[in-house]
Design a protein around this ligand. Structure first.
Ligand SMILES: Nc1ncnc2c1ncn2[C@@H]1O[C@H](COP(=O)(O)OP(=O)(O)O)[C@@H](O)[C@H]1O
Ligand SMILES: [Mg+2]
Length: 472
């Protein structure tokens, strides 16, 4: 049986509003009855809306099917998209008349543009994709879609008709970039042409039907100025980091998922002088490097037969033969950490990368673990010594409870002792509580310690002002 049919046969999940209501009802039993009545009225209204929306979706799907029966796609492919789009609109309106649909002009227009989205675009996702304020689109189920906007998650009213509809759109997304999802590869990570990242996971791995997560590619990468303006970093910290990048220090950015690692890496990459040759390596290319002299590399997952995979490690090794001045690895995740460390300490100073960790110390531990997993049986003390000499700076970023992001630590790596890689804090975040409107109040300031890499920077003609390191 085709996968699609099997997905279709899955019993429809209980509508979420019903679950919400019964949950609410339990809590309401001791509330005054007027409030009960108001709540019930609201629930009924939500239910009515859901029903209307469902009827509308069913009707749209019927129009869509009839359109498909009558359209000659071979002809449509020959005309311009504009022309095809207006033909679709005409035909849709004709079908609406034939179906004697009781829609007003506004609703007819809405239906026409939604049908166009189905035929040419990504159906119900189109309006979300066109909204530049949305940075993540998270389809948990065909009827439950969340978005993230300004760091906050919100549920939307957007929905697909059923799992089959969602599956068709997923296939459309993947076909456009030459990828596919099926029983043998039920998880796919891909990059859309606009740079957005897409992850798809389907049954049997996803228990409630096909699931889709889109991380939008922000057309405008956040610049140092905008990060300062939003309070993610201070001007003094930016000045220091710029000196560190220009002065070719090796920098590790650490943070949790979505904490702003890639964004900060992007910001730092802008400080790399135009005269240097940059090679970037990513799992899915997200960085926006503005320099002219850039070679961008991207890993490749295995094909359907499980062949042809190219790992980050292979790319790092290959890139060393490309005479890079700077190596930028989007995120170290595995044994390539070893090659990165070696590159950092052997003539490719000024390399930049990120790692998934919650504190600067964890970041170093993770890198150490990745190196240890290379299978080369390197003694722990050697790994520590190499990290201590290769990495100059660890910058920690965090996503705060109010959805904002920011730098929480700028630590200098000073070397390695018997038991650990040693660090000293140059900048640290002081948390001052939460304001009445929910904002996390905080300030990033110098600790008063002067970095020992100043000598190295001066040797390279960079001399950051002493005032940067004066504690507030
Ligand atoms: N300092 C910031 N201020 C506001 N938004 C940010 C900031 N840093 C990152 N973001 C947004 O947060 C999302 C995740 O950022 P990203 O850099 O991709 O995180 P990570 O690489 O840690 O997973 C993106 O949509 C990005 O635009
Ligand atoms: Mg990232």
């Amino acid at each position: 049986m085709a996968l699609l049919d099997r997905i279709r046969m899955r019993p429809a999940p209980e509508p979420s509003s019903r679950k919400v209501r019964s949950h609410a009802a339990r809590h309401e039993s001791s509330e005054p009855s007027s409030r009960n009545a108001a709540q019930e009225e609201r629930s009924r209204e939500i239910e009515r809306k859901r029903k209307r929306e469902h009827q509308y979706q069913e009707f749209k799907s019927r129009v869509h099917e009839r359109l498909f029966e009558r359209i000659d796609f071979s002809k449509l492919a020959k005309v311009s998209e504009e022309r095809a789009s207006s033909d679709i609109a005409d035909l849709t309106l004709r079908i609406l008349d034939e179906e004697k649909a009781l829609f007003n002009t506004e609703e007819r227009q809405k239906l026409v543009s939604e049908i166009q989205d189905e035929v040419f675009g990504l159906g119900p996702l189109e309006p979300l994709l066109h909204d530049p304020t949305i940075c993540d689109i998270l389809v948990n189920r065909y009827d439950q879609i969340y978005i993230e906007r300004q760091g906050r998650l919100e549920v939307t009213a957007v929905r697909f008709l059923d799992d089959g509809h969602l599956m068709r759109i997923i296939e459309k997304i993947l076909t456009r970039v030459g990828r596919r999802v099926d029983e043998s590869t039920p998880m796919v990570d891909a990059r859309l042409r606009d740079g957005s990242r897409v992850n798809v996971i389907i049954p049997p791995l996803a228990l409630d039907g096909p699931t889709l997560s889109i991380r939008r590619f922000s057309e405008e990468a956040l610049t140092a100025d905008s990060l300062v303006e939003s309070g993610s970093i201070t001007p003094a910290a930016v000045t220091l980091l710029e000196a560190c990048v220009v002065g070719r220090l090796n920098i590790l950015i650490s943070g949790g998922t979505g904490s702003g690692k890639t964004t900060l890496l992007n910001m730092l990459s802008a400080f790399v002088p135009e005269s240097e040759r940059i090679v970037s390596i990513e799992d899915s290319a997200e960085l926006q490097l503005h320099q002219e002299h850039v070679v961008r590399l991207e890993t490749r997952p295995p094909n359907i037969e499980g062949k042809g995979q190219v790992s980050q490690r292979e790319l790092v090794i290959n890139c060393l033969r490309m005479r890079p001045d700077r190596i930028i690895v989007g995120e170290v995740r595995g044994v390539e950490a070893l090659d990165m460390l070696q590159a950092m300490s052997t003539g490719h100073e000024g390399s930049l990368t990120t790692v998934h960790a919650n504190t600067p110390r964890d970041a170093l531990m993770r890198v150490g673990t990745m190196v240890a997993m290379s299978g080369l049986e390197i003694p722990a003390s050697t790994i520590r010594a190499q990290m201590g000499s290769a990495i100059d700076l660890v910058i920690q970023v965090e996503r705060f409870s109010d959805g904002s992001r920011g730098v929480t630590h700028i630590n200098e790596v000073t070397g390695a002792s018997e038991s650990e890689v040693t660090m000293q804090e140059l900048f640290a975040l002081e948390r001052r509580g939460v304001s009445s409107d929910g904002r996390v109040e905080r300030i990033l300031s110098a600790t008063g310690l002067r970095p020992s890499f100043l000598e190295k920077l001066r040797g390279r003609g960079i001399d950051p002002s002493d005032s940067l390191f004066v504690a507030a």
